[in-house]
Ligand binder design. Sequence first.
Ligand SMILES: [Zn+2]
Length: 249
Amino acid sequence: MIYKTKAIIISSTEVKEFDRFYGIISADHGKKQIIAKGVRKVTAKLACGLEPITYSEIFLAEGRSFDRVTGVIIHNQFNGIKKDLAKIKEVRKFFKIIDWLLIEKSLEEKENKELFESLIFYLKLVDKEKTDNLKLLVVKFAILWRIIHWLGFQPQIFCCANCSEKLKEQNFYQMILPSGIVCEKCLKTVRINSQIQKINKEIVKILRVYNQKNIKIAFKLKISPQQCNDIRRLTIVAISHILGRRVDL
Ligand SMILES: [Zn+2]
């Protein structure tokens, strides 16, 4: 059976003499590995639309192990990214982390759609000639925290991770990753082995927006460079816990 899907190409790997595997994030099917035959021949028409960091409509024939590409219509090649080596590196690094995060578990239909749309939003931002780097980071971290939430690794940010009591409004909170924020009372009694992160209430607010809202709302957040650094630090610790390896963001 042949079907079509909108997808972002996130990786490519060479196989055999002329073939290539592609990693895609599809709006309907989430992360998927597909194969294209003959794309490494000089005359291959498909290759261009399957280049990583491209948004294409892909036609696929169902296969026993991998679905095979039969046609491609390019929607956006993101040439603003492709002509800038630093941007390419940045996007590919981000794609790699998403790829690792989605190795174990596939997302639900609604989540796949949101992830796909969020990534298109992110790519369009990076593609612009004048990119606001702070905004870009806000969006990047928002996408990662959405994935953390979907995968079921969301740390507690509304209630105490130990006693489950609703957290009181305070200026600073103590967060223990991967579990989450621990209330003052529990901090005195609980034995803590992992490192405590001290975070202020603004950071907690941002994490709550990331948790509950979509990317377009997160985009509107006003974040200072200092807050951005705090979020980066937390994101690195949270993701490193999930992946069991240190990531760089
Ligand atoms: Zn508690």
